[in-house]
Design a protein around this ligand. Structure first.
Ligand code: HEC
Length: 149
């Protein structure tokens, strides 16, 4: 909400400052929607097979690096997410990640997105692929969305 106010304020300032002839876009306006995953990255298949070992490894990394925000079971209600007032997707809902490829997930986990810091060079690619396998495994077939409070 506060960001929206700032964007509007920035736009108003720009309108006054920029002469009518120049068609300039407000810097930062709509940046959230402009998050782009390169098509090559999006198409990358997961080179790691889902096995009990890769799942267990993914679970371990998830527990250390992700659960504080995305929640231990993927419900998106980790302590840090609550503190930061983040509204996160519920990975127990099979719909939550279904429109994303494994390559998309890898890219976001590696590079981060919005308030999320990526793994960067902290994790080897194989470890990130393990986490991709693990977060896909959090989906529950019989998931029903909790009632809205
Ligand atoms: C500081 C809290 C935080 C941590 C830690 C964190 N994330 Fe996120 N994550 C977010 C937020 C916030 C978004 C939504 C970003 C956006 O769309 O602007 C997100 C988005 C994602 C997405 C994209 C799909 C979606 O839910 O929007 C994936 C996949 C993801 N995170 C996985 C992970 C994994 C795996 C880890 C651990 C390696 C991790 N995250 C660690 C906060 C976090």
């Amino acid at each position: 909400m506060r960001i929206a106010v700032r964007v509007v304020a920035a736009l108003v300032l720009l309108c006054c400052a920029v002469s009518a002839r120049q068609e300039q876009k407000a810097p930062g306006a709509g940046t959230a929607a402009e998050y782009k995953i390169p098509p090559e990255a999006s198409k990358l298949p997961n080179p790691v097979k889902s096995t009990p070992a890769s799942l267990a490894a993914g679970k371990k990394t998830y527990g250390f690096d992700c659960a504080m925000c995305h929640g231990k079971d993927g419900d998106g209600k980790g302590d840090l997410a609550t503190d930061m007032k983040l509204k996160l997707a519920d990975y127990r809902d099979p719909a939550s990640l279904k429109d994303m490829t494994d390559g998309d997930l890898f890219y976001i986990i590696k590079n981060g997105k919005g308030e999320m810091t990526g793994e960067g060079e902290r994790s080897k690619p194989e470890e990130i692929w393990n986490v991709v396998i693990y977060i896909r495994s959090l989906a529950k077939k019989d998931f029903t969305a909790p009632a809205k409070q």
